[in-house]
Design a protein. Sequence first.
Length: 403
Amino acid sequence: MFRFYIFIGALLAMPSLSTAQDIDPDKLEQISQAEKDQKAIELELSKKRNAINAEIKSIRSDLIGLSKNINDLENEQSNLSSQLTAMEFEEQNIRLNISQDRQSLSQLLSALQRIENNPPPPFLADPDDAASAARAGLLMQNLSAQLDQRVKKLVLQLDALDQIRAEIALKQKELADNQNTIQKRQQNLEGKAGEKNKLERSLTLDYEAAQARRMALAREAATLKELIDSLERSGNDIVPRIKPDPADPNINAPTATSSTPRMTQPVKLPPGALRFAKSKGKLYPPASGSVVQKYSTSHPGISIATTDRAQIAAPAAGRVEFAGAFKNYDNVVILNVDDGYFLLLTGLGTLYVQSEAEISAGEPVGLMPVNSSSGEKLYIEIRKNGSTIDPMPWFGTSFAKQN
């Protein structure tokens, strides 16, 4: 539009050669038509952008729903595992009791056999023999009663063992079925996350340049703190425009120029999202697990023990400033959550997000890795103005602390 106005102004400023030739009607009509065509192109681009944004919004809603479903399944999986562990412990106790009672039964049977093999003499021969016979009879009666009780107890214990074994088998099947459901949900989620990333890239002309710039910052930074500081300084000079349709040569979308100021643009939060500064005690738990290392001077964040391939979600709405490997860290996700706050998540194995992406609280950002002998640990850090903050008060009672 601006080029058209310059062109028209230049034409009007030219000295007239003659009254009749001041403005060529044909040229004026061409300019007018070109302006209409450009408006039509811009309207079409706006419609496409709105349609893509609507599709991204729909996918984001699906992702949050799937994330919540997977998180519930993972919690159920954890509960099932705890129940299975308790049942296996109960089985061990029953087996131990059965073993001890079998020893008692064996001793009782041995005593009865000794009495049976050495019966007292007939009590009519001698009064003392009569007393011995009476005592032996009473002992036999008591031993028989004890034997009967022990046998009944053993039968009950064997029945309980059969029952607990059946319950263990059932829980193992539930665990396997649950794990299969989680895997299917994760596959569905990965597909939708990939589709969302593709649509987001289509909205940004210089996406590759933005990615390259962030990777350069990562190479230059010696620590995560330096990386976050450099991201905050460099900001985001992306001009979000829809890419022109390659099939339509008439669409020439403008690109960002070198004169674009490099300053942090405001983070666009989803409608209804709670501002981070007001989210203390209300952040969405990124994973199911317990705190295994708390915030301290030497550990400026918290570490959460998770399971293999546990799903990790965004604790708050914001913009992804960095997503990828950094130095000797596993995959790192840095979220700009506005109000000067940055959220750092490290230790991920698979990433679902990319730089420049807007994200909602509870939206999945990736998965933890697999095959760790010491268990997986998600590291979480909150920063504001270059300083770290204890994350625990921000998550409320979401995590079970491990003493």
